[in-house]
Design a protein around this ligand. Structure first.
Ligand code: DOR
Ligand code: ZN
Length: 372
């Protein structure tokens, strides 16, 4: 399909995509959400913020086994593991992680920045030797880019992080591969677009929810906890900047859902948890966002090409088809084993695209035509 056709098509077949950032949790919740991610994505970068966090290669190997065991029969899905960086992660652990072949990145949570980040990094100065090792062996650092200073306005924490933390860090380690995760601001999009970096050395993931909603969604008709995530949704001009970045065809921007399931009662309470659940319908949400600006022809690169290139992974060989067709999102997804449910983002709203799942061997010819 030529780009001009696919930009307004009623169906779109793309190489199976990768999720560049997802929370799968563990135990009963893992069993409930994993089929959704595995249905949509061939691989995913798995966040390590379990309780306790995944800080060693041994723990990552064990977590990977639990994920593989929880997969539905016949699912074809590869979990790409990460380690949770602490003040005490030794450089040897980085080498061990790389040698394992199953750890693809190290995640930096500034301590206290978000859900399950208490064991995160209190001061970057404590991690210098570890960053050196990562730079040397090319293991990427995935960054939750928000400062934790309570005196900084919640809506400014990403912008301040870029100036005060990210930029100095990248200057100190020019060869370190970095992904600024789930960007939410124009400043982040412009920083990633314009910063000097070697090819595949700087990237940013963008969630579907930050492409589709602005901060009004959290308050429309009353407080709506299922739209609360961190970094928090921002103003409309920021959403526009993210849509421009995602649809720009710049390989630094790629898909990462940040789907973050929480039991319904953990979201709907006085101090509700941050996290939006999108694994059920992520690709459809992205299709909606790209379609809204006539950019469906750019979706495949964003979802299936640029992330793999960043991580030095081969492109997936299967395909998925999206068809135009309205359906209504369920109000909740029951998780009987945990006597709870999960509310998908946009529960009760209609959505204009539907994923038809199949994993055919994609015609090599089609891939060749599009990208060679
Ligand atoms: O909203 C969020 N939820 N942001 C994060 O960074 C963590 C995530 C979670 O684990 O629930
Ligand atoms: Zn996340």
């Amino acid at each position: 399909m030529r780009s001009s056709e696919s930009a307004r098509a009623d169906s779109l077949t793309i190489t199976r995509p990768d999720d560049g950032h997802v929370h799968l949790r563990d135990g009963t919740l893992l069993a409930a959400v994993l089929p959704h991610t595995a249905r949509q994505f061939a691989r995913a970068i798995i966040m390590p913020n379990l309780q306790p966090p995944v800080t060693t290669t041994e723990q990552a190997l064990a977590y990977r086994q639990r994920i593989l065991r929880a997969l539905p029969e016949a699912a074809e899905f590869e979990p790409l593991m990460t380690l949770y960086l602490t003040d005490h992660t030794p450089p040897e652990e980085i080498r061990h992680a790389r040698a394992s072949g199953i750890v693809h990145a190290i995640k930096l949570y500034p301590a206290g920045a978000t859900t399950h980040s208490d064991a995160g990094v209190t001061e970057l100065s404590k991690c210098m030797k570890t960053f050196e090792a990562m730079q040397e062996i090319g293991l990427p650092l995935l960054v939750h880019g928000e400062v934790t200073d309570p005196s900084i306005d919640l809506f400014d924490r990403e912008k301040v992080f870029i100036d005060q933390v990210l930029h100095p860090l990248r200057r100190a380690f020019p060869g370190l591969k970095v992904v600024l995760e789930h960007i939410t601001t124009q400043e982040a999009a412009e920083y990633v677009r314009d910063a000097e970096a070697a090819p595949n050395a700087l990237g940013a993931t963008i969630t579907a929810h930050h492409l589709l909603y602005n901060r009004n969604a959290i308050f429309q008709g009353g407080i709506r906890p299922h739209y609360y995530c961190l970094p928090i949704l921002k103003r409309e001009p920021h959403r526009h900047a993210l849509v421009r970045a995602a649809t720009s065809g710049n390989p630094r921007f790629f898909l990462g859902t940040d789907s973050a399931p929480h039991p319904r009662e953990a979201k709907e309470r006085a101090r509700g948890c941050a996290g939006c659940y999108t694994a059920l319908h992520a690709l459809e949400l992205y299709a909606q966002a790209f379609d809204a600006v006539g950019a469906l022809d750019r979706l495949e690169r964003f979802a299936s090409v640029y992330g793999a290139a960043f991580y030095g992974l081969p492109r997936n060989t299967g395909a998925v088809t999206l068809r135009r067709g309205t359906w209504t999102l369920p109000d909740q997804i029951p998780v009987p084993a945990a006597q709870t449910s999960i509310c998908p983002l946009g529960a009760g709203e209609t959505i204009a695209w539907r994923l038809e799942h199949f994993s055919v061997r994609l015609h090599k010819e089609r891939v060749r035509r599009q990208y060679e």
